[in-house]
Design a protein around this ligand. Structure first.
Ligand SMILES: *[C@@H]1O[C@H](CO)[C@@H](O)[C@H](O)[C@H]1NC(C)=O
Ligand SMILES: *[C@@H]1O[C@H](CO)[C@@H](O)[C@H](O)[C@H]1NC(C)=O
Length: 327
C-alpha cells in the first residue's frame, strides 16, 4: 500500500494582544499572532519500504504521538485536528479522525482531512520536524552513476531522471499551532509566528515564482528582507526554472502581469538543510517539514523572516511568510 502525506494542525482560538518588539515585526494591532509551537515528523522513507504494511492513519498516529510526547500538551487542550493526505485510502474515510482516536484523543474533538496534492499539509497549515538522522531516502551517488540513469517520464529522450526528481516517499508529520496568548499561558515557548500566506492557481511547477511576490507584498517585505528560503523541490529542473523565471522581466511582464521581475533568492539562504530532492517528499507531509525547517533555521541563523513556497500537482501553489519568535 502506498502511504504518502499527512499533516496535522491544531488551532486554539483565543483573543489575544500583540506585543511589539524592538526588532522590526509584522505584528499588527488587533490581529492575533498565530505561533508554531512544535513540529515533528516520522522519518521519510522510500515508498513501499518499512512503512509498506502501515495504513496512512498509523503513520499519522505516530506523528501525533510524537507531538504529544514532545510538547506534553494535554490531549483535551486540543480543539481540532486537520490532516492532509493525497491518495485517499479506500479503507478509511477520514485519516485525521482515525489517527486522533488512535492517539487517544477524545471522540469529542472534531477532525477532518484535506487534500491538495503536494501542498496538502500547507493547506492543513503546518510543518513537520526532521528526524533526518533516521532518513533512508538520502541516496549517495556519483556523477558517473547518475549519468547512466534512464529518463523517468518522456522516453527515450527525456532529461528528468531519478537523480533529479524527489523520490516517492512514505512519511507523516504533525505540528501544533495556537494563538500566541494561549501558547504563553500554557507555558510553551513558541518557535515562530505564522504570518501571511497565499494559495494560487496557475502554471504547475512555477507557482513559487507567482506566489512569492504576492505574499511578500501582503507582508510589506521585499525579497532582500528574507533570511531563510525553503522551497519545495519537485525536480531539480523545476527549481532551476523557477529561479530563471523569477529573474526574468520578460516572464513577469508576459505571464504574470507585473512590471518587473520578482528577483532571485540568494542560494546562500536557500534550502540549506536539504530539500525534497534529498530528503524525500511524502506529498501531504512536506508542507509541515518546510515550515518547521524555516522556524528552526531562523533560530539557528538568527534570521528574522522566512519564506516557504511550494508547487502542487494540478497547478496550485502556496507561499507563507514566517517570522522568528523573539528569543
Ligand atoms: C511516547 O512516549 C511513550 C512513553 O514515554 C512511549 O512509550 C512512546 O513510544 C512514545 N511515542 C512516540 C511516538 O514517540
Ligand atoms: C537529470 O539528471 C541526469 C543524469 O541522471 C542529467 O543527464 C540530466 O541533464 C538532468 N536533467 C535535469 C532536467 O535536471
Amino acid at each position: 500500500m502506498k502511504i504518502r502525506l499527512f499533516a496535522l494542525i491544531k488551532l486554539c482560538f483565543l483573543v489575544l494582544s500583540v506585543k511589539t518588539e524592538s526588532k522590526k515585526t509584522l505584528a499588527r494591532p488587533g490581529v492575533k499572532n498565530i505561533v508554531l509551537v512544535e513540529g515533528v515528523r516520522t522519518p521519510f522513507l522510500l515508498s513501499g519500504t518499512t512503512y509498506a504494511d502501515l495504513m496512512p492513519h498509523d503513520l499519522a498516529r505516530a506523528a501525533l504521538q510524537g507531538l504529544l510526547n514532545r510538547t506534553g500538551i494535554p490531549k483535551d487542550a486540543v480543539d481540532y485536528l486537520i490532516y492532509g493526505t493525497v491518495i485517499q485510502e479506500v479503507k478509511t474515510s477520514n485519516v485525521a479522525r482515525e489517527a486522533a482516536l488512535g492517539a487517544g484523543f477524545s471522540d469529542k474533538i472534531p477532525a477532518h482531512t484535506v487534500t491538495m496534492a503536494c501542498i496538502s499539509s500547507n493547506q492543513a497549515m503546518t510543518s513537520g520536524r526532521e528526524i533526518v538522522s533516521k532518513d533512508n531516502g538520502i541516496r549517495p551517488s556519483s556523477m558517473e552513476q547518475m549519468a547512466k540513469l534512464k529518463p523517468a517520464f518522456v522516453k527515450p529522450h527525456g532529461t528528468v531522471t531519478a537523480a533529479n526528481s524527489s523520490f516517492l516517499t512514505d512519511g507523516a508529520s504533525a505540528v501544533l499551532i495556537m494563538s500566541e496568548e494561549k501558547a504563553l499561558s500554557m507555558g510553551f515557548k513558541p518557535k515562530a509566528y505564522l504570518r501571511y500566506l497565499d494559495f494560487l492557481c496557475d502554471l504547475i511547477y512555477l507557482m513559487p515564482t507567482y506566489a512569492t511576490p504576492k505574499v511578500l507584498e501582503r507582508a510589506g517585505l521585499s525579497l532582500s528582507d528574507i533570511d531563510v528560503f525553503e522551497f519545495h523541490e519537485a525536480f531539480a529542473g523545476q527549481i532551476m526554472a523557477n529561479l530563471k523565471a523569477m529573474d526574468s522581466d520578460w516572464f513577469a511582464q508576459t505571464y504574470m502581469g507585473r512590471k518587473a521581475k520578482v528577483g532571485t533568492p540568494s542560494l546562500n539562504k536557500f534550502n540549506l538543510w536539504g530539500g525534497s530532492l534529498s530528503l524525500g517528499h511524502p506529498f501531504g507531509a512536506t508542507g509541515c517539514r518546510l515550515v518547521t525547517t524555516v522556524a528552526h533555521r531562523l533560530k539557528k541563523e538568527g534570521g528574522q523572516y522566512g519564506l516557504v513556497a511550494a508547487c502542487a500537482a494540478g497547478g496550485q501553489g502556496h507561499a507563507m511568510v514566517i517570522e522568528a519568535y523573539p528569543q
